[in-house]
Design a protein around this ligand. Structure first.
Ligand code: R5P
Length: 314
């Protein structure tokens, strides 16, 4: 494969620049703007013919705009005869709409996979999908990275005494167990129920011992902060001495900021797959995923194993 080129949409240029800094290459030149009628225009400002092109765009807010912009960019690269196009999607939105679990609903995560492929993606590089099975929605190769070790290393350095890792729901239990292994800590699981299609949850039960311990809750994403808020309150009510929370994707929509600010949670640790808009009460710590993405891009470009990056992981 010819020369490596990395481009960015408008969603998170700071992350894209950190990735190209890691790779020691300039960020590709591209013009992206909206006409007054909200139609998006893209023009690639350098030759990409036969090049190994990586295009970075997390599907963060404004979600539908960022997706559409990304699709238009992929189309531009395809029509400019790029040799191979890798869609680098640090945060894959619509991942929770991944099954037909009630009548007459879409499977939007699958729809998105189809339109990304139709637009020109030859492969996908992403981070902590809500459900790993979403990889199977694509008929092109998908490399899924995890932020687990970055988060785990942070807590190891904090040297937290008497920790317990808490899965915020049953779905995240496997990743929570991996985190518990990294931290050499026991595991507890929250039994959470989502109330209808609204962004509301209730905590039903805590499985495991948390009293007198420092709890570290883990989730793939924090969206409205409802789960975080319920989880932290429940853990404090069950006698946890302190509660830290962590996740890969800081979606932080709606009332999330206020919920974090008013929650007894001591610190919320996230990665920068999504740009952070504000930091309520300075409680949020952001760890960079850029070196991991950069290394994965380097390995894909040079034909080295991406899985080897995680071989030491549980
Ligand atoms: C859902 O199952 C996810 O893993 C998260 O638990 C969810 O996105 C959190 O949402 P919220 O912050 O709105 O409670």
């Amino acid at each position: 494969m010819d020369e490596l080129k990395v481009f960015s949409g408008t969603a998170h240029q700071e992350l894209a620049r950190a990735v190209t800094d890691y790779l020691k290459i300039p960020l590709g030149k591209i013009e992206v703007f909206n006409f007054s009628n909200e139609n998006t225009f893209v023009k690639i400002l350098e030759n990409v013919r036969a090049r190994d092109v990586f295009v970075i765009q997390p599907f963060c807010s404004p979600v539908n705009h960022n997706i559409m912009e990304f699709l238009i960019m992929l189309d531009a690269f395809k029509r400019s005869s790029a040799g191979r196009i890798t869609a680098v999607i640090p945060y894959y939105a619509y991942a929770r709409t991944d099954k037909k679990d009630q009548p007459r609903v879409p499977i939007t995560a699958r729809l998105l996979a189809d339109i990304l492929t139709a637009a020109g993606a030859n492969r996908v590089l992403t981070v902590d999908l809500h459900a790993p099975q979403i990889q199977g929605f694509f008929n092109i190769p998908v490399d899924e990275l995890t932020g687990l070790n970055i988060l785990g290393d942070y807590f190891i350095q904090k040297n937290i005494s008497n920790p317990v890792v808490v899965a915020t729901d049953i779905g995240i239990t496997k990743r929570a167990r991996d985190m518990a292994a990294i931290l050499n800590a026991p595991l507890a699981i929250m039994e959470k129920r989502r109330l209808g299609n609204a962004d509301r949850t209730e905590t039903l039960n805590v499985i495991g011992e948390v009293s007198g311990k420092t709890a570290i809750t883990i989730d793939d994403e924090i969206d409205t902060g409802g789960s975080l808020s319920n989880t932290v309150n429940t853990l404090v009510g069950r006698g946890a001495t302190e509660v830290y929370s962590c996740c890969t994707h800081a979606v932080f929509s709606g009332p999330c900021m206020e919920r974090i600010a008013s929650s007894p949670v001591k610190e919320v640790v996230v990665t920068n797959t999504i740009p952070l808009k504000s930091n309520p009460g300075g409680k949020v710590t952001v760890l960079s995923i850029a070196p991991l993405l950069g290394e994965a891009i380097h390995r894909i470009h040079t034909g080295k194993s991406v899985g080897a990056l995680f071989e030491q992981q549980p």
